[in-house]
Design a binder for this molecule. Structure first.
Ligand SMILES: [Zn+2]
Length: 291
């Protein structure tokens, strides 16, 4: 059946429960384990979701992702990158990437899978069987390196609340726009797969217990996306790539911002394939689209 997957980075079940956001819990839902991966890194998690295999078995690794970042420097800066790597290992950061980006040199390169690796995904399998697939910024697959959602967030960590809030609001608007744009062409695709960097980025940008209200607002705004829970004759799979756990000290300061090993899924139709680990989704997606 026609299927839409809405991937919400780090959507956290304990907060859905805490804030009683029952809308997220469609007809079928549950948590699943994110186990056995090299890291709880978003592109690696998505690669596992798409292939049903451990990305380390086909070379989609942290070192592959880092290499691709370094190739983003222009040729004349490459020797400097090498020098830094070779001799300045212990120097944490020379801020090269940041400087290069500031002066417009750093062209963020793709961190997506190679064509061979993409051939392992359920998306390619469906396309080879004649199904039409549309993806929108799915990490590891067709993420637009220029958009670089998560990269921009890193520079805001530790900055004033207003700057962080502004960035989150910007991303909410962008998510809403992309959601609507995909809805407009839903009819012409068998599978639509949309990724939002929210709520993950909002999680990373909450530094104090008092700021949780920003996060709650993000969760509620996502629920309010037009038609999200009202689409007819379409399977809607909401999916996170991992969870996110906050821990606050006695002053309310966030002391252990971390991705967690528990992801969330929810589906508006019945299914025979109930995911229990991150490797079960490629089968679920195949099953939804082909039955
Ligand atoms: Zn993530």
């Amino acid at each position: 059946m026609k299927t839409i997957i809405f991937a919400l980075d780090a959507l956290e079940l304990t907060l859905i429960d805490l804030w009683r956001l029952d809308e997220f819990k469609q007809k079928n839902f549950g948590s699943y384990e994110v186990v056995g991966l090299e890291a709880l890194s978003t592109p690696i998690c998505f690669s596992a979701i798409l292939t049903g295999k451990n990305p380390s078995t086909y070379g989609y690794t942290l070192s592959y992702l880092t290499q691709n970042l370094e190739q983003g420097y222009p040729t004349w800066l490459q020797p400097l990158v090498w020098v830094r790597k070779r001799f300045l290992r212990n120097v944490k950061s020379l801020g090269m990437r940041r400087k290069a980006r500031t002066i417009g040199l750093f062209e963020a390169h793709s961190r997506n899978m190679t064509e061979d690796q993409k051939n392992l995904t359920v998306l390619m399998r469906l396309e080879s069987e004649g199904y039409t697939v549309r993806t929108d910024n799915v990490p590891s697959y067709d993420e637009d390196a220029q958009a670089n959602f998560r990269g921009r967030m890193i520079h805001l960590i530790g900055k004033g609340f207003e700057a962080r809030e502004e960035h989150v609001e910007e991303l909410l608007i962008a998510t809403r726009d992309r959601w609507l744009r995909n809805l407009e062409v839903l009819d012409s695709h068998d599978l639509t797969f949309i990724y939002s960097p929210l709520p993950d980025i909002a999680h990373h940008l909450v530094h104090h217990e008092m700021e949780l209200m920003l996060l709650e607002r993000v969760y509620r705004s996502l629920i309010d996306l037009p038609l999200l829970f009202e689409l007819k004759d379409v399977a809607v799979l909401i999916l996170s790539d991992h969870g996110y756990l906050h821990e606050f000290d006695e002053t309310g300061k966030d002391i252990s911002a971390e991705h967690s090993h528990v992801g969330f899924w929810s589906l508006n139709v019945d299914t025979e394939v109930v995911p229990t680990t991150i490797f079960d989704f490629s089968e679920l997606i195949y099953h939804l689209v082909t039955t």
